[in-house]
Write a protein that binds this ligand. Sequence first.
Ligand SMILES: *[C@@H]1O[C@H](CO)[C@@H](O)[C@H](O)[C@H]1NC(C)=O
Ligand SMILES: *[C@@H]1O[C@H](CO)[C@@H](O)[C@H](O)[C@H]1NC(C)=O
Ligand SMILES: *[C@@H]1O[C@H](CO)[C@@H](O)[C@H](O)[C@H]1NC(C)=O
Ligand SMILES: *[C@@H]1O[C@H](CO)[C@@H](O)[C@H](O)[C@H]1NC(C)=O
Ligand SMILES: *[C@@H]1O[C@H](CO)[C@@H](O)[C@H](O)[C@H]1NC(C)=O
Length: 782
Amino acid sequence: MLSFCSRMNFCTAALFMLILVQTLPTEAGKCPRLCSCDSTKLTVTCVGKNLTLVPPTVDEITVKLDLRNNNLQMLPRGAFVLTPYLTHLNLQRCNIIKVKEGAFRTLSRVVSLNLAYNKIDILYQESFDGLSSLKELHLDHNRIEEIQPGAFTQLGSLNMLALTHNQLVYIPNMAFQGLHNIKWLRLSHNSLNNLAAEAFAGVFTLSRLSLDHNELQFFPTQTMTRPSEVTRLDMSYNPMAYLGEESVSMAKLTHLYLDHMSLQDLSDQALSGAPLLSHLDLSHNQLRYLEPLTGPKELASLNLTGNPIYCSCYMRPLKQWASAGHVKLLGACAGPPHLSDELLQAVAPVNLRCRSRGETLMDELEEDSESIGSSVPTAKPRQKVKCPVNCDCDIEAQHATCEGQGHTKVPRGFPVKTQLLDLRSNHFHYLPTNSFPGSNQVVSLHLELCKIHEIESGAFRGMKQLFYLYLSDNDLTSLDPGTFAGTPNLTYLHLEGNRLTQLPGGSALAPLSSLFVLHLERNALSKLEPAGLLSSVTPKLRELYLTNNSLTAIANGALESAYLGTLHLDSNQLTEVPTHALSNVPNLEELNLSHNSIRWVGPKAFQPVSQCLKRLYMDHVGMEKMSRDALAGLGAELRALTLRGNQLETLPELNLLTGLEVIDLQDNPLQCDCALLPLRRWMEKASLEVTATCGHPPDLKGQKVWEVQIFASCPESSTHPQQVIVDPNPTKVKTPKTILSKAVVGAKAKPAKPKTKPHNPTKNQARRKTVAKKVAKKKKAP
Ligand SMILES: *[C@@H]1O[C@H](CO)[C@@H](O)[C@H](O)[C@H]1NC(C)=O
Ligand SMILES: *[C@@H]1O[C@H](CO)[C@@H](O)[C@H](O)[C@H]1NC(C)=O
Ligand SMILES: *[C@@H]1O[C@H](CO)[C@@H](O)[C@H](O)[C@H]1NC(C)=O
Ligand SMILES: *[C@@H]1O[C@H](CO)[C@@H](O)[C@H](O)[C@H]1NC(C)=O
Ligand SMILES: *[C@@H]1O[C@H](CO)[C@@H](O)[C@H](O)[C@H]1NC(C)=O
């Protein structure tokens, strides 16, 4: 009886299905309660019903399921197993807090998934597994603060990922791994202040990246080299104040949005690594003037709307450059008064004038008396600016400058809101205590070339916001312990080009708990003593520049710094690699030892930093020999190695350096015999082009290692047994991606430029230079 009944039911159901399929009735057979179903379009809609579960009776053949505005809270594993044919799934505003791993596992046909306006806080590793056809994923307006590694690995078809309006502060390395077809990544409206260097590694198809409305204070130079196909980058509404040389190094970029930031200055070289840039939006910043931009060859429009552009002779080069290159300039002059509101495009270069001080004063007096005496209100009443004599204060831009005016005392009485104070090229000689009263809003202070030989304790007292301090090219021989008292926010300190014989004692730098970058190039330091400087007093120091001093030794313990990433010791008198001193810099990524006299490098010379070192420069150190194990410990982390201009006849083992993108062996008298076969093999496998020439034997002198035939006759096993370093498995050798299927070697070193301007010392400035200089060369067949 029972079986009859169930069979009966089955028959009825089958019959019903048959009818359904044949006649496509408008009423669906199994439409869940509270839902409406369209069986021609195969859609099911259950919007705003306070559902707490995905309705279990949705017809299996449904392709579109709309569950907006419900109360699902949690999506369990396999939440949609009963509807495997879905192509569109809308779960907006469903109060979802958690998406369990495997929630979508059966949905291999879904092309669009909308999870916007929920309360998701973490994206777990397998949250999106199974969505192998997904093209669009909307996760905007959630509370996401963490993306776990591998969260997106199965989304190989995804084109667009929206993560806007979440709570992300940091993007970890490889966060978007697996998105092999991603075109547009939207990260706007988060709180991002940090992007890991490899945050966008692996997203080779990305063409558009939105990072606007975040908290980025610096342009993430290195990070941005990774998504190599990006043509459009939106960085608007981030609090960046400066853009330094080579900040933007993005080979395919055409559209760059840097509007509504706090840019006060932009290096003319900032965009030198963006040759294809056609549209640059710098509107609504604090730029007072701009130099012609080096790099972009096809710039069509430059938007300067809403900047306090002062149309003086300083703007003339930009105008001329723009007309010559047919660059459309958008925006208007903010001053001087007779040019204000004049369109930049319209103003003639001859009208961009700088007049003598006297004339300007006359003008001002006249204008003042006009506005006081005249009963006719002038269209724009001129604001009376409080400003010391022989200085120029711009209230709107919050700049004040007295550059090169022959001042012998620091002028007083700058507008209280001044943020950039430029006093360079005066003759102060001596800065007494409290030299900058009332300048507590100053962020950037320029005192370069002021002949300063002494700074009294407390000279900068009260400068609580001071972030950049330029004391370069003065005559300082020592620093008092209290020199920097009262400047707790000081982050970039420039002391290069002085006569310091000792590292500023721990006590001078002690108040600088935020110090990030310290420039001490071109001083007279001869020895780095242990303790003091770098350990507890400057806990956050990331970059230390000691180029061109007279250093002969670095004591063990002199470089204690947990975060130090960049250390330049080039152009000194070191006679050996300071291996022991390196053991206290566990995060060192870049080490420049070029231009010292290191004739021999012993085994394991870089062992203490082997896990972190990415760039090692040892050009022109007169090196005659490296131990075969000189680089032992270094492995895939190392990206750049330069040994140019030495006396090396043989090389250390390089085989484990599988991550190299740059290797420079030029100008070494390499001994071209079978002992060099491993190098030759390695070069072939790693697809690196290495410009290396033979120095010996005489008949091969000057020939390229690539080209000499000698290796063909080397028996496989003829090499010195210890030098057989060729890895038999070539797949292990990573082919450098991005720019460099072949790297190059042999770029000419650029003379170091004095950095007198505020500049954005992104961590990897130096690296950028290296990469920028790479020239893709044709790979030669071995
Ligand atoms: C929605 O459901 C929850 C519990 O399932 C209930 O507490 C709440 O009152 C319901 N809200 C509405 C508007 O029906
Ligand atoms: C220039 O910037 C202004 C202000 O941000 C904007 O309204 C305008 O559309 C921009 N013009 C172009 C051509 O991009
Ligand atoms: C550093 O600067 C920040 C913001 O500019 C400010 O809030 C903070 O008070 C400053 N720090 C100190 C110790 O004054
Ligand atoms: C080192 O400094 C001196 C004096 O400032 C300068 O003449 C020289 O060119 C510098 N050398 C390098 C390699 O920067
Ligand atoms: C390393 O130092 C040398 C010598 O001072 C300099 O020419 C080179 O540019 C430096 N390299 C980097 C990447 O800073």
